[in-house]
Ligand binder design. Structure first.
Ligand code: BES
Ligand code: ZN
Ligand code: ZN
Length: 489
């Protein structure tokens, strides 16, 4: 999709579709009025017939039959002006491109509802995120070969090429994370992550370390080793390291992602219903790859580490057992009481490695607990941190990125839920507060510096298409992470 900008007399805009927005209960804009005049009042007639009030998602469409440069006019409701946030702008653009797609049109112009440059960026993001389809594994995808727009023109904005370039880098990275999440476990494997890490790390400023099973064992990464023992597919420990190619980095950040390419539960096996979706248990890693792919393209003046622990949790003959005691990379011992609480074991080794780099902060992302989804519902991720300043900065980043994030307490009283008679700690908390006890477990391995943990089990998967969000993997947290990285620069 070619993205460009245009300012000029709206009636002369040449393209298949011209999209206008109207705020709820407000008058037609001057652009809408001139379009309506050129059409001899046909647009007004249609809005009246359809009781168009500008409510979100309300749509009116008319053909221009050669009376305007554009072939078809689409008028979309924007909702209340004061409620139009980043998500509203993205949804508007997504609805616009999907309206064009469903008519199998190839080019469209969208009139920006505001003149704010960040809003233009959100429109571009919404358009690219809204046209995302996961059909790589279909021989005859339903809407291909039509499911592509050749050209999108933002009308009435004038924001410099670099803003559009940044929007494209961000949107394609969110879509990359969506694809990684959507891919089944026989496609998205630890080896695929390695290949992707090599591709991302070919950008300036990158170094890459990848450890295979033998090296993971040799280094004493007992968490990753234990969890991956039941799987034939080899685990990978991946560390992408980016340092700006010129000047001192303004900060150094470590991102850590849970990359369980499949979680059967292991010997504490999941019931069939609970296992179906467990190909998404690498969405934390997907967020880290998405963020690193933006870093590779936009080269911020912040040093960023992307660390991923990737493996399958399976039930093979050598699988780790409930009751096993693992010696972790940090040296701590863990009594395994449930092999389905595997994410924290993999993350523990990754966190210990991240801590050894002594970054300014560590942020880990994981589809860690069903309990977090029970607590917050499917749309919010839970944020846990021992550092109020870092927590506040992440909440601000999430807000700016249009992603829902809610801080949860690291209740000190729940710490003892992990007490073990046979080892330093167990991997299983008590009956209540499962997302909190999981966070406490991670806390044992995060080292001395500021740390935050995002339990993203809920928002990484969407049940249905909704504006710029598409059913399936959402790419959640990529935009929050980028917005956080930028705030350090
Ligand atoms: N990957 C799951 C958590 C999960 C559940 C993610 C639902 C997405 C949707 C995790 O490894 C897990 O199985 N957690 C257990 C922990 C329990 C055994 C302490 C859970 O949440 O039930
Ligand atoms: Zn599990
Ligand atoms: Zn898991």
């Amino acid at each position: 999709m070619q993205l460009s900008q245009w300012t000029g007399d709206i009636t002369t805009f040449e393209g298949d579709v011209l999209v206008l927005g109207r705020f709820e209960d407000s008058q037609a804009s001057s652009a809408e009025t001139s379009v309506d005049e050129a059409l001899g009042g046909a647009l007004t007639a249609a809005t009246q017939r359809l009781l168009f009030k500008g409510k979100p998602r309300q749509t009116v469409a008319v053909d221009t039959l050669g009376r305007l440069g554009a072939g078809r006019i689409v008028l979309l409701g924007l909702g209340k002006e004061e409620q139009l946030g980043v998500s509203g702008l993205r949804d508007f653009a997504a609805l616009a491109v999907n309206a064009a797609l469903s008519g199998r049109y190839k080019s469209l112009g969208v009139i920006a509802p505001t003149s704010n440059p960040n809003d233009a960026m959100q429109l571009a993001l919404g358009a690219e995120l809204g046209t995302y389809r996961f059909n790589d594994l279909q021989n005859e995808p339903e809407d291909a070969p039509y499911a592509s727009i050749d050209a999108l023109t933002l009308i009435g904005t004038d924001v410099g090429e670099s803003v559009l370039e940044a929007a494209n880098a961000i949107a394609s990275s969110v879509n990359l994370a969506r694809t990684l999440t959507n891919e089944p476990a026989n496609v998205c494997t630890p080896e695929r992550f390695e290949a992707l890490a090599r591709e991302i790390s070919s950008a300036p400023g990158f170094e890459l370390t990848v450890l295979d099973r033998a090296e993971i064992i040799a280094r004493g990464m007992g968490g990753i080793q234990g969890v991956s023992r039941g799987a034939t597919r080899e685990p990978r420990f991946i560390h992408m390291s980016y340092t700006p190619t010129s000047g001192e980095p303004a900060a150094e950040i470590a991102l850590v992602g849970k990359g369980l390419t499949f979680d059967s539960g292991g010997l504490s096996i999941k019931p069939a219903k609970g296992m179906e979706d467990m190909y998404i248990d690498m969405a934390g890693a997907a967020a880290v790859f998405g963020a690193m792919s933006i870093v590779a393209r936009l080269q911020p003046n912040v040093a960023v580490h992307g660390i991923v622990g990737a493996c399958e949790n399976m039930t093979g003959p050598d699988a780790y057992r409930p009751s096993d005691v693992l010696t972790m990379y940090s040296g701590k011992t863990v009594e395994v009481l449930n092999t389905d609480a595997e994410g924290r074991l993999v993350l523990a080794d990754c966190l210990h490695h991240a801590a050894s780099l002594k970054p300014d902060c560590i942020i880990d992302l994981a589809t860690l607990t069903g309990a977090c989804v029970v607590a917050l519902g499917p749309n919010y991720a839970g944020l846990f941190s021992d550092n109020d300043e870092l927590a506040e900065r992440l909440l601000t980043a999430a807000e700016g990125a249009g992603e829902s994030l809610w801080r949860m307490p690291l209740d000190p009283k729940l710490c003892e839920a992990l007490n073990s008679k046979r080892a330093d700690i167990t991997n299983l908390g008590g009956r209540y507060g499962g997302a909190i006890t999981a966070a406490h477990f991670l806390h044992h391995f995060k080292g001395e510096g500021p740390w935050a943990h995002m339990d993203i089990a809920g928002p990484v998967l969407a049940a249905k298409d909704d504006g710029y969000i598409r059913a399936g993997g959402t790419g959640y947290a990529v935009m929050t992470l980028w917005s956080f990285i930028e705030s350090n620069g």
